[in-house]
Structure formats: C-alpha cells, structure tokens
Design a protein around this ligand. Structure first.
Ligand code: SAM
Length: 167
C-alpha cells in the first residue's frame, strides 16, 4: 500500500525541506563552464563539447548515490542573467517575432534551461559532464537520468481491459 509522505526503510531525507506550498526554487549546486560571456556561449550544448563541472551543495550530495549507473543525464539550470519580460522575440533580429513558448531562448518568464549531458566522472560532490551551454556560475536546479532511457507508457489499446481481467 502507498502511504502518503512515508519514509521507507533505507530512505534518507533532509531535516528542513522547502515547504510544499512554496514554488520558489532551491539551487542545489553551481555549474562551471568555460563561458563568461553570453555571446560566446553555444546556443545548445554538444556531447563532444568541453568538459564542464557541476558542484553539488550540501545537504544534497547524498542524492548523487547511484548516479554513475547512467551515462546520460538531464541537467536543469536557472538562466540567472536572463530577462523575464518578453512575450514575443526576434531571434534573428530581422523584425520577424515568434512567441516565447515557441523558442528555446533563455529569455522567458521562468528562465529554466535544460541540457542532456554525457556523464564523464563523479568525484565526491563534483560531476564532470559534456553537453552544457550555460555561463560559468549558472545555478543548478536539478539532475535526472535522461528521459529517453526510460520506456514510455504505451497508450491504452482496445482489448486491454479484457486482457487485464483475464490475468
Ligand atoms: N539548452 C538550454 C535549453 O534549451 O533549455 C538553454 C538554451 S539557451 C538558447 C542557451 C543560451 O542561453 C546561451 O547561448 C547563452 O546565450 C544564454 N545563457 C547561458 N547561460 C545563461 C545564464 N546563466 N543566464 C542567462 N543567459 C544564459
């Protein structure tokens, strides 16, 4: 049976988690890259790009346990130098504007960036990865195994109900 908010045998939690009703984010680390100027940052990371460092802050370091089981991770980060007011943008500066939600521009109401990276190594609280495209010092929001490594749930099909009842 699933019990709401239970701590299961072997699980570990922080003592002062962010309140569930608070949508503000907790930066769990910092990303170190060779880029200090947005103009020289790649628009998207490449898996053969430079090795970048992700430092995880306490108390989140134990959350890295088992991460080396995955060679590709999704990294979520806060594009902290972005403007947050643009509804439509002209990426080519040619007078042709598109809605912010049809772009991967860093300028967005909640400037969250995501990249799939190759995990090179983990040393204590530090991960070395390839595939990032953000400025040196960019705050880290989350790390997850790459979603393409997980099988999607197939849509229900005609006959599924009878098959389940029979099993
Ligand atoms: N890969 C992410 C995505 O698709 O969600 C980010 C893509 S965004 C086009 C990458 C650009 O954001 C970089 O070329 C740089 O100009 C800008 N950028 C990178 N780090 C930033 C930061 N910390 N604050 C603001 N802008 C940043």
């Amino acid at each position: 049976m699933v019990r709401l908010n239970e701590i299961r045998h072997g699980e570990l939690a922080v003592t002062n988690p962010p309140p569930a009703t608070d949508a503000s984010l907790v930066f769990i680390g910092r990303i170190h890259t060779p880029w200090t100027d947005r103009l020289f940052c790649p628009r998207q990371g490449r898996l053969d790009g430079p090795v970048c460092r992700i430092d995880i802050f306490e108390p989140w370091v134990p959350a890295l346990d088992c991460i080396t089981e995955f060679d590709r991770l999704e990294v979520l980060y806060w594009l902290h130098e972005s403007r947050r007011d643009l509804l439509q943008q002209s990426p080519r500066n040619d007078g042709q504007a598109r809605g912010t939600f049809s772009l991967r521009s860093p300028a967005r109401p909640n400037p969250i960036g995501t990249s799939v990276v190759k995990l090179i190594s983990v040393q204590g609280a530090t991960l070395n990865v390839q595939g990032l495209d953000c400025l040196d010092g960019t705050p880290l929001i989350d790390l997850k195994p790459d979603r393409t490594l997980f099988t999607p749930i197939a849509p229900r099909q005609a006959g599924d109900d009878q098959a389940e009842q029979a099993s």
